[in-house]
Design a protein around this ligand. Structure first.
Ligand code: NAP
Length: 277
């Protein structure tokens, strides 16, 4: 595995996402077994960064993640757990309640990183960061970050956060360059903020794009692995693919070892037409 270190925080280039673990927006008990198997496989393979949120399966993803960690051989301190506060809980009092509930569901004393899941039109960022800063001072949260924030909101967050903003978690994948176009990726790279690319392999043209197929063949890799390698070859970019399939979970983890050439990086970057996501 390759890593990124910023502000004394080290994160693996490839972590594990938990959207759909335990359900989608509500819990789905029928998915518990496959969800726990996927989490156990990820822990066994050596994933150390797990990305979850209070919103995922209405908190059930956090419950299952905590359960999988407790029943594994892995020590909590060796893991990096990210969770997120939902936009409807961004006022001062609710922020504490959300964090407490997440910790209770995870059965953990702290999360390593706590993100604002996405911005809300009426949010008062100053009030939210007053609560988030206190959560850091109280040791419930080790680091803070944001998700789906544009440049203006990201800069506002930096000004309000008492500790460095560790990441902006954004949609970023081969065919989706919207956060390059809006300047966020470059700003993060120049200002020591990690870009956490979400939904890195979720796109329709994955299996049929000619350039991706050719490069995958040359590396005896899958197109999914090349799509992940393209992201994590970029400085300050990490990613968090999700899968229920143990073989995919392993392939995604191994993708960090693939070294693409500069020419392959730019061929891939130019292999999609605008809007073809
Ligand atoms: N901050 C936000 O607003 C936000 C939004 C969306 C997602 N996220 C986070 O980002 C994580 C990843 O995004 P995502 O779950 O939307 O999409 P994703 O990880 O890009 O794609 C997941 C899908 O791709 C398939 N897949 C994964 N690896 C594969 C491989 N090697 N070969 C073949 N198929 C593969 C999975 O199916 P199989 O199970 O069959 O492998 C699954 O259907 C989420 O779980 C969540 O933690 C955050």
């Amino acid at each position: 595995m390759k890593y990124e270190t910023i502000h004394n925080v080290t994160l693996p280039k490839i972590g594990f996402g938990t959207w759909q673990i335990g359900g989608e927006s509500t819990p789905n008990p029928d998915w518990d077994s496959k969800s726990l198997s996927a989490l156990s496989a990820a822990l066994e393979i050596g994933y150390t960064h797990f990305d979850t949120a209070e919103m995922y399966a209405s908190g059930h993803a956090e419950e299952l993640l905590g359960k999988a960690v407790r029943s594994s051989q892995v020590k909590r301190e060796t893991l990096f757990i990210t969770s997120k506060i939902s936009p409807e809980h961004l006022n001062y009092d609710d922020a504490f309640k959300s964090c407490e509930k997440s910790l209770r569901r995870l059965q953990m004393d702290y999360v390593d990183l706590y993100l604002i899941h996405w911005p809300e039109r009426r949010m008062k960022l100053e009030e939210t960061f007053r609560a988030l800063n206190k959560l850091v001072r109280d040791g419930k949260v080790k680091n803070l970050g944001v998700s789906n924030f544009n440049l203006k909101l990201l800069k506002q967050s930096q000004a309000l956060c008492e500790t460095p903003i560790i990441t902006n978690q954004i949609p970023y994948r081969l065919p989706d360059h919207s956060y390059i176009e809006n300047g966020v990726v470059e700003y993060c790279q120049q200002n020591n903020i990690l870009v956490t690319a979400y939904s890195p392999v979720k796109f329709r043209s994955m299996r049929v794009n000619k350039t991706l197929g050719e490069i995958a063949k040359a590396y005896s890799a899958t197109p999914f692995q090349i799509a992940l390698a393209w992201l994590v070859m970029q400085p300050r970019v990490i990613t968090i693919p999700m899968s229920f399939n143990p073989q995919h979970i392993k392939e995604n983890f191994d993708a960090a070892e693939i070294s693409l050439t500069t020419d392959e990086m730019s061929r891939l970057g130019n292999a999609w037409n605008k809007g073809d996501k």
